[in-house]
Design a protein around this ligand. Structure first.
Ligand code: SAH
Length: 250
């Protein structure tokens, strides 16, 4: 059965309204008819079987008949990547790979050494593209939830949000000499936290002030070993290591 992702606000009672590109796709390309069944996945990964009750030019309405088993392909503890904005279009690849790997949320942050500093319309365009990439990668990889791509924010607000959730915060830092990600995951038991967040700097890394701020607010700095990974490599690698450690990958 065809699957369609919708926001939680698209469901009201047992009625779901699909709009935009998906609605056009249902009507024009798939030519689904009244009474055809589809699977609808909401923003938090719940899946429903629904039957089409109305098709219009720009919206499709369906009535929910049952709820499917929830999220077998979704990690039990949500993982968040806080990514210092990298140059050019590197964020596109980071979002695509991290979505396939299983991340729940990406928070792009304008950090001190971010070269790219989009604002206004340019930031809006980028965020819309990133969200499309996350949606496409989620569908392609058979996920049951689309990772949330937050608005571009600041390191401070991302830390604040994760702290508020009671997240385990790991902060890979190329100048950390002692404590490794491997040790941190073994000692801190990430599966016992409500969520796990990790932070990756832009090309130039995070500044000392940013590292100190994160440490002072509950983040643990870790080394990824002897080699320096590029910013676009570090996010997917750390996501894979954390999910592997938690038994959610591999
Ligand atoms: N410009 C810095 C490297 C930045 S790499 C330098 O050349 O020293 C970009 C980001 O990847 C870093 O901010 C960090 O989050 C992560 N990273 C890459 N390699 C790492 C390593 N060996 N240990 C910890 N973090 C690393």
């Amino acid at each position: 059965m065809r699957r369609f992702f919708v926001g939680c606000d698209a469901i009201s009672g047992d009625l779901v309204t699909i709009s935009g590109r998906d609605a056009r796709h249902i009507v024009k390309a798939l030519r689904l008819k009244l009474g055809d069944a589809i699977v609808v996945v909401d923003g938090v990964g719940r899946r429903y079987v629904a039957r089409i009750t109305a098709t219009r030019e720009t919206t499709v309405e369906a009535r929910i008949e049952s709820m499917c088993d929830s999220g077998v392909s979704e990690p039990h503890v949500p993982i968040t990547l806080v990514q210092g904005l990298p140059k050019a279009d590197k964020m596109d690849g980071i979002i695509q790979k991290c979505t396939e790997i299983g991340i729940a949320r990406i928070i792009p942050v304008m950090s001190e050494r971010s070269v790219l500093r989009p604002d206004g319309a340019s930031a809006e365009r980028r965020m819309a593209r990133w969200r499309r990439i996350a949606e496409e990668a989620a569908k392609q990889s058979g996920r049951e939830a689309i990772p949330l791509v937050a608005d571009i924010g600041t390191l401070k607000s991302a830390i604040e949000m994760l702290r508020h959730e009671g997240a385990l915060m790991v902060f890979p830092w190329e100048l950390e000499q002692e404590y490794s990600l491997h040790q941190a995951l073994s000692e801190l038991n990430p599966s016992s936290f409500p969520s796990v967040g990790f932070f990756i700097g832009p090309e130039g890394g995070f500044s000392h002030a940013e590292v100190e701020y994160a440490r002072a607010h509950g983040a643990t700095t870790v080394t990824l070993g002897q080699r320096i990974l590029r910013t676009e490599t570090a996010g997917p690698v750390v996501a894979a290591i954390i999910l592997y450690h938690m038994g959610e990958l591999g």
